[in-house]
Design a protein around this ligand. Structure first.
Ligand SMILES: [Zn+2]
Length: 375
């Protein structure tokens, strides 16, 4: 059903908002008519089968891959240094990443780290063989396998891997069946970090095990992960301004939809007549946590408030309003930032953004007026 534009009200079951063209107390009218966006409906239908992941407690089994000194794998580039990694000690060091996901998901999801063991790689083995060996050795208690090599990734090699897998039978599935895994090299476990290693890369790769996708990814850029707004982009961004930070940034409203963590009623689809909406933080638990601006059957814009607080405390100028383009393609979901990258271009009071036939104006903290351009 697509009744967008049928009334001049923005409707959200959890929060009916005051809107332009809806001055006659549109609450009851709005409550009677749900406004749908076809692309959001299509995205939801695509991701919903994956919502068995990332709910409640999951066991992430930690495995160490020993890379031999004579390794010829390109991923390790002949680098000599090896970390002394103990799966039991690693579970302690990784524990804050469990807290991170509990915060990120507003308590919906908490991974627990359990010690797996150690596997020895052959000289020609790289990250893929590390993952395969760890999966093969993992127990049926493992929902996810996290494999950590004791060698660093060579310059120019991806720092990690992550896979959301699939559950061919009825969920839940052990990692051996689902092939949900994350992999990182040893760099973040260098002794210089002491017992507080950076966890942002592990958190990014675990994000992939939930089906999350990259945002702000530009393979042609010198640093392809361009966005400080999302764990699924530049996960190390908080440390640029807060050196003591070890966690990744928070994430975007649309990633929360992908993970199954966001009540869709807390998103408001803006009708063609536009709307004025008081935004609540997308990381919060109440109010309007995001606007959806229709573009076409396979894409839409999202508008959300990211205050500089909690996991997003690294954002400059108190944070602000971000705009993203979300597009469904045959090969996946694309999320491209349009306002907010770099982070000091987040929209603040008086700020305005135009594109895709829409204008977005921040009237006040944090009231936003959205209109169709030219209207
Ligand atoms: Zn990634």
């Amino acid at each position: 059903m697509n009744v967008r534009g049928a009334v001049g009200c923005v409707m959200a079951a959890a929060a009916v908002v005051s809107t332009l063209g809806c001055s006659d107390g549109g609450t009851s009218r709005a409550a009677a008519v749900a406004i749908h966006d076809p692309a959001l409906d299509a995205l939801t239908a695509r991701v919903e089968p994956g919502w068995w992941r990332g709910q409640g407690a999951e066991t992430v089994e930690v495995w160490v891959c020993r890379v031999p000194a004579d390794s010829t794998a390109p991923a390790y580039g002949g680098l000599e240094w090896r970390a002394e990694l103990d799966p039991v000690r690693l579970t302690d060091e990784l524990a804050p990443a469990g807290d991170y996901f509990a915060t990120l998901s507003n308590g919906v999801y908490r991974p627990f780290f359990a010690a797996g063991g150690v596997v020895d790689l052959a000289a020609t083995d790289g990250p893929e063989q590390c993952v395969e060996a760890a999966l093969a050795a993992s127990t049926t208690a493992a929902d996810v396998v996290l494999a950590i090599a004791d060698a660093e990734q060579a310059e120019g090699q991806p720092g990690g891997l992550g896979n959301g897998g699939d559950c061919p039978a009825a969920p839940p599935c052990p990692a051996t069946q689902s092939r949900r895994y994350a992999y990182v090299g040893a760099s973040d476990f260098h002794p210089e970090w002491g017992d507080r290693p950076p966890l942002d890369l592990v958190e990014h790769e675990l994000g992939h095990t939930l089906g999350l996708v990259h945002s702000g990814y530009d393979p042609t850029a010198p640093q392809p992960y361009t966005s400080a707004l999302d764990v699924m982009s530049n996960s190390a961004a908080p440390r640029d301004t807060q050196p003591d930070r070890r966690d990744a940034p928070g994430t975007l409203a649309i990633q929360r939809v992908i993970a199954g963590w966001l009540d869709l009623a807390s998103l408001a689809v803006v009708p063609s007549g536009g709307a004025t909406v008081a935004l609540s933080p997308s990381a919060g638990t109440d109010g309007v946590r995001g606007l959806v601006l229709p573009v076409d059957d396979l894409s839409f814009l999202t508008v959300e408030l990211l205050p500089a607080a909690g996991l997003d405390a690294h954002l400059p100028h108190g944070g602000g309003v971000a705009v993203h383009l979300v597009a469904l393609g045959d090969d996946g979901i694309r999320i491209d930032p349009l306002a907010g990258v770099p982070a000091d271009t987040l929209l603040t009071e008086g700020g305005m953004w135009n594109g895709f036939g829409w204008s977005v104006t921040v009237d006040a903290r944090w009231r936003v007026t959205v209109a169709q351009a030219g209207a």
